[in-house]
Write a protein that binds this ligand. Structure first.
Ligand code: ADP
Ligand code: MG
Length: 228
């Protein structure tokens, strides 16, 4: 089954009398277990597209199916439930809660969306922190961690509820070159170990080489597709 099936999706932003076509007639299929990147310069529509796949926004036209669900038709509450059940997110700014430890940050989604007993929750959090090489830093707060370490915790948080699909919008944009590659290697290993599909975005040509398939956006259009 296609993980993502977009057919002719467009997104128009209206601010006052000005209309911006952020996406124009984009069609794309992404299969389970793929490791794919949307690439393109700033303003090309990468975030707009990821936001729609992540059920954070609706297309203005076209159809979009994620895991076989017509996500464009979901209202706010159903979209939130869909995200909690099937999706994980990694952000450019890490978005860890500053007052919580690494452990508590990773535990947080489980508290929200899974009614697991504490023992099972703790075991799952430690499994993920271990998988990203951060088990020995579990007690530390984000301000005690480097950028690369923060993003490893964020990857653990994205995966803790065992989502089918992880969306990562410019996950390496705030990292130095070395940390960026480590985070991408880590995400790829998570794909191999957990079978999770990864879709990320980047405007960095050095980073896009880590993807198995790149889909290039220019001015809201999908202009190129390349397999590694
Ligand atoms: P990227 O992530 O590739 O940098 P975006 O998806 O953020 O690109 O933006 C695509 C286009 O849509 C840009 O021209 C941007 O200015 C515009 N845009 C994005 N979000 C909004 C918004 N909320 N309101 C109006 N215009 C927006
Ligand atoms: Mg963006």
């Amino acid at each position: 089954m296609a993980m993502i099936e977009a057919r002719g999706i467009s997104r128009v932003y209206k601010t006052g009398s000005v209309e911006v076509m952020a996406l124009r007639d984009v069609s794309v299929d992404i299969d389970a277990r793929e490791f794919v990147a949307f690439v393109g310069p700033s303003g090309s529509g990468k975030s707009t597209l990821l936001n729609m796949v992540g059920c954070l926004d609706h297309p203005s036209s076209g159809t979009l199916s994620v895991l076989g669900s017509d996500v464009a038709a979901l209202d706010r509450a159903h979209a939130a439930a869909f995200r909690g059940e099937y999706l994980g997110f990694v952000f450019q700014e890490f978005n860890l809660v500053p007052v919580l430890s690494a452990f508590e940050n990773v535990e947080y989604p489980l508290l929200m969306i899974r009614s697991w007993p504490p023992d099972r929750r703790r075991a799952q959090v430690m499994k993920l922190l271990d998988a990203v090489g951060m088990a020995d830093q579990a007690h530390k707060r984000p301000d005690e961690l480097s950028g690369g370490q923060k993003q490893r915790v964020a990857v653990a948080r994205a995966l803790v509820s065992e989502p089918k699909l992880v969306l990562a919008d410019e996950p390496t944009a705030n990292l130095d070159h070395d940390s960026a590659h480590k985070v991408l290697d880590l995400m790829k290993r998570m794909r191999d170990d957990f079978g999770t599909t990864f879709v990320f975005s980047t405007h960095d040509p050095k980073i896009m080489q880590a993807a198995e398939r790149t889909l290039t956006l220019e001015d809201g259009r999908l202009v190129r597709e390349q397999r590694a």
